[in-house]
Design a binder for this molecule. Structure first.
Ligand SMILES: Cc1cc2nc3c(=O)[nH]c(=O)nc-3n(C[C@H](O)[C@H](O)[C@H](O)COP(=O)(O)OP(=O)(O)OC[C@H]3O[C@@H](n4cnc5c(N)ncnc54)[C@H](O)[C@@H]3O)c2cc1C
Ligand SMILES: NC(=O)C1=CN([C@@H]2O[C@H](COP(=O)(O)OP(=O)(O)OC[C@H]3O[C@@H](n4cnc5c(N)ncnc54)[C@H](OP(=O)(O)O)[C@@H]3O)[C@@H](O)[C@H]2O)C=CC1
Ligand SMILES: O=C(O)C(=O)Cc1c[nH]c2ccccc12
Length: 387
């Protein structure tokens, strides 16, 4: 059994950021990670052409801005290099291959008891901590919906987190379910590699370019969000025109309010819309059922597919391993308190990276958590400066 002050679960950007902020305040902490590397989402569960959505000034972790030489919108590989530099610059030493299986609050000791499995030796390890930080991510597990007949689908099924590139899909009939950024980007990539690509669209969403989002992010710093929403929506309408004939409708709420209220990210178009307009990518409505290789859609169209890619989003898994999730989360493993109060629970538990605000949200959460723990321990005002 090991006694620690702060135990952090997960060595993604969130876990690393909190660890660094705590160490800056000389607060001892350890980080447990189930994989054999840090930032496993970026290294193992993302596709080749992935590039950061937000400009680098909105995509850094505390205490280390991106290099002036790096591109404004960083490719996945550069972001991984940034993570590696972050770890070595601040001497963060996550303990890898430790899958946390249980987290319980021991009332009489006022401590958290955490059990982890060493995935190399299968041995159990027990940690006792004064503070527990949940950093296992809101994208911990790919979500595939239940659809009538899906079990009997004769082709291959994958989740978007397993997709790497379209190179093995040439001439195949591929259905992409889900039109968030994963679904839209994967459809574009598939089509570039010569796959016959269709995408399911069932609800309204905003379509913007990354430059429009950048303008909006800058505006949000200086003017009310309503103005940023109006400007960006106007630019989106001007650039893309009316897309309703392709099944694409705009939500009533503006893109930034929607992101804040529900976490729904606008589609940041990389060329998919042009391919939809030209007919290279076909849009289909909601799936009714699946019969063998045939998929039946709400408009009664029936189409045969070789493969289905579910770009239907992710789920948190904190509710599985964190037995006493009630002190901070709902039973879906997401914070029970609304933004911006989501990061703090009761009895010394915190969560970072659950605000659906990407890397910028992680920076805000980790600074707030480290300052709060410092205050509980030392009764002083926080000292962290995010640079
Ligand atoms: C495809 C994709 C692209 C994205 N692009 C952007 C972007 O461009 N800009 C942006 O700001 N945000 C983006 N995001 C949001 C993104 O999730 C965050 O920016 C960031 O990666 C989240 O970091 P995290 O550390 O909270 O979670 P993760 O990166 O998911 O890290 C969590 C870590 O916890 C580990 N873990 C999970 N369960 C356990 C357990 N039981 N025991 C031990 N370890 C565990 C995991 O292995 C993982 O390494 C993107 C998300 C996705 C899915
Ligand atoms: N940096 C980058 O380049 C990228 C960033 N990302 C980010 O990663 C995060 C996750 O994105 P993503 O993986 O796209 O997940 P999202 O949760 O954003 O999108 C899921 C999509 O699946 C749809 N969906 C869910 N269930 C069904 C169903 N039963 N039938 C049809 N459609 C369904 C949803 O539609 P509905 O609205 O109708 O429920 C939605 O369009 C986002 O924040 C995103 O911005 C993702 C890819 C690239
Ligand atoms: O790319 C993502 O998924 C993000 O969550 C980054 C992000 C944070 N705030 C935003 C507002 C508009 C578009 C993307 C983001």
């Amino acid at each position: 059994m090991e006694e620690v002050v702060v135990l952090i679960v997960g060595a993604g950007p969130s876990g690393l950021a909190v660890s660094n902020c705590l160490s800056h305040l000389s607060i001892p902490n350890i980080v447990l990670e189930r994989e054999d590397c840090s930032a496993s989402l970026w290294r193992k569960r993302s596709y080749d052409r992935l590039t950061l959505h937000l400009a680098k000034e909105f995509s850094s972790l505390p205490c280390m801005p991106h290099a002036s030489s790096s591109s404004t919108f960083m490719p996945r590989k550069c972001f991984i290099e940034y993570i590696d530099s972050y770890i070595s610059k601040f001497g963060i030493e996550p303990i890898y291959s430790r899958s946390v299986e249980s987290g319980l609050y021991v009332e009489n000791e006022k401590k958290w008891r955490v059990e982890a499995r060493n995935t190399l030796t299968q041995e159990k390890e027990v940690y006792v901590a004064q503070f527990l930080v949940v950093a296992t991510g809101e994208n911990s597990k790919g979500f595939i919906p239940e659809l009538p007949g899906l079990d009997g689908f004769k082709g291959k099924i994958i989740h978007s987190s397993e997709y790497k590139s379209g190179k093995d899909y040439e001439n195949k009939n591929v259905l992409v379910v889900g039109c968030g950024n994963s679904g839209m980007e994967i459809s574009y990539d598939l089509s570039n590699f010569g796959a016959h690509t269709s995408i399911v669209i069932r609800n309204p969403f905003h379509v913007l370019t990354r430059e429009m989002v950048y303008i909006g992010m800058l505006l949000c710093k200086y003017v009310p969000m309503t103005i940023a929403d109006s400007v960006v929506t106007f630019l989106g309408k001007l650039w893309y025109g009316d897309l309703t004939s392709f099944g694409i409708h705009r939500p009533a709420k503006g893109p930034f309010h929607l992101k804040l209220a529900s976490g729904k990210t606008p589609v940041i178009d990389i060329g998919t819309i042009k391919k939809i307009e030209s007919g290279d990518i076909k849009v289909l409505p909601k799936i009714v059922r699946i019969n063998g290789n045939n998929v039946v859609f709400e408009n009664s169209v029936v189409k045969r597919f070789d493969e289905i890619i579910f770009a239907t989003g992710y789920k948190s898994t904190a509710n599985y391993w964190l037995k006493d999730y009630k002190y901070i989360m709902n039973k879906d493993g997401m914070p029970k308190r609304p933004y911006p109060h989501h990061w703090k629970g009761e009895n010394g538990i915190y969560c970072v990276g659950f605000s659906k605000q990407g890397l910028a949200g992680i920076t805000r959460d980790s600074v707030a958590i480290a300052n709060d723990i410092d205050e509980v321990l030392h009764g002083m005002e926080g000292k962290i400066k995010v640079t």
